[in-house]
Write a protein that binds this ligand. Structure first.
Ligand SMILES: *Cc1c(COP(=O)(O)O)cnc(C)c1O
Length: 385
């Protein structure tokens, strides 16, 4: 999928990504300056300028923040981007900077597995937490009186999708702010701020950096008091990325469109191959035309992600399948160039069947990967005896 527009003000995603966040060319300087390792910066006299102490700001973050902002919110006007040590650092920064005792927050009941931990901490601070599933826009039913609505669409690992624009309009009409976890979609798949959200929040650990070697998170929001509070929170908590991680992520963004297009196209091919298998149930991929989420997803997403989920009949069947795969690592996380899959139930916490598999499709050749998946399915079925 490509949205190339031959106009200098609205370049295609590939053109935008290879230049995202780069400084103006300076003779003899590198195109993407290397990581700046500094706990403090020269600061004679009055405190002024952007860089004084390494927890407040770093030039390597600044370039990465510009790059992410250009992808998440091109033309969204006055926005700000803040990078964090991890996705959870970014999520916590929004939750804990926006909410105080007595406030109400609505979380998804089927979201990322650390959200229940955040819930317990929020409740310990006297914040009321309500949850509802992502599918069917069910969060609408519990919005009254909320200060913040937290959306995760597509949700991880169930891959349900909600109508973000609709939820944002209803939330704003009731005076609530809206944050969208954009990890699974990436900014090339979905732009929450364009759909009206106040914050786009994500783990950069997944497809954004894409090589399984970096933890990172970010928050993008319209400039103003809510984002000032997020920035203050980062300074107080110190949940900051190292310059090396920030630089690796920035370097990786140049290939994000290549990786996303390749991985997502192969994810669709894998989903289509799984659709015809009798032992597979509950197959979900928002890009499949007959997926329950497809209609809403197609309205608000430009690409449908690299994650496919499905269920095999039993835990043992799923374990045999994972062990039989040769090109797919049995590992958690998703979005990397090497395919991974796992039996999600091994973690506990997610309301998924024992045989539920979350598969992240990498950058291998589609024919090889589909063949590996089908062979592993055949082998794991045969050994039932
Ligand atoms: C992984 C993930 C997170 C947490 O990100 P970390 O970088 O691991 O802290 C948050 N939300 C979603 C949807 C994720 O997949």
């Amino acid at each position: 999928m490509n949205d190339n527009a031959a106009h200098p003000d609205s370049p295609g995603d590939g053109t935008r990504a290879v230049r995202a966040g780069l400084p103006e060319p300076v003779k003899h300087e590198p195109t993407l300056p290397g990581p700046v390792f500094a706990a403090h910066f020269h600061l004679p006299g009055e405190v002024s300028g952007p860089y004084s102490y390494g927890r407040d700001g770093n030039p390597t973050w600044t370039l990465l923040e510009r790059a992410i902002g250009e992808l998440e919110a091109p033309g969204a006007g006055d926005t700000e981007t803040l990078v964090f040590a991890s996705g959870m650092a970014a999520i916590s920064a929004v939750l804990f900077s926006q909410l105080k005792t007595g406030d109400i927050v609505v979380l998804p009941s089927d979201g990322y597995q650390a959200l229940p931990l955040a819930r317990a901490q929020l409740e310990a601070f006297g914040i009321e937490v309500r949850t509802a599933p992502t599918g069917g826009d069910a969060q609408l039913d519990v919005l009254d009186g909320a200060k913040l609505l937290w959306i995760e669409s597509p949700s991880n690992p169930g891959l349900d999708v909600c109508d973000i624009r609709r939820l944002v309009e209803e939330a704003h009409a009731r005076g609530a702010l809206v944050a969208v976890d954009n990890t699974l979609a990436t900014p090339l798949g979905q732009r929450p701020l364009e759909l009206g959200a106040d914050f786009a929040v994500a783990s950069g650990t997944k497809q954004l950096s894409g090589h399984g070697d970096v933890l990172l998170g970010y928050v993008v929001g319209r400039a103003g008091e809510p984002m000032d509070a997020v920035r203050r929170w980062r300074k107080i908590v110190g949940a900051i990325p190292g310059p090396m991680e920030a630089w690796l992520a920035h370097r990786s963004i140049a290939t994000l469109p290549l990786r996303v297009d390749r991985q997502n196209a192969t994810a669709l091919a894998v989903a289509e191959a799984l659709r015809d298998r009798p032992e597979v149930s509950g197959l979900r991929y928002p890009g499949l035309p007959d997926d329950p989420s497809h209609e809403v997803a197609a309205r608000q997403m430009r690409r449908f992600g690299c994650v496919v989920s499905f269920t095999l009949p039993t835990r043992e069947h799923a374990e045999r399948f994972l062990a039989a795969l040769r090109l797919v690592e049995d590992a958690t996380s998703f979005g990397g160039v090497r395919s991974t899959a796992e039996r999600r139930g091994r973690w506990g916490g997610d309301a998924v069947p024992d045989g539920f598999i979350r598969m992240s499709v990498g950058a291998e050749d589609a024919e090889d990967l589909v063949a590996d998946v089908l062979r592993a399915l055949n082998e794991s079925a045969e050994s039932v005896g």
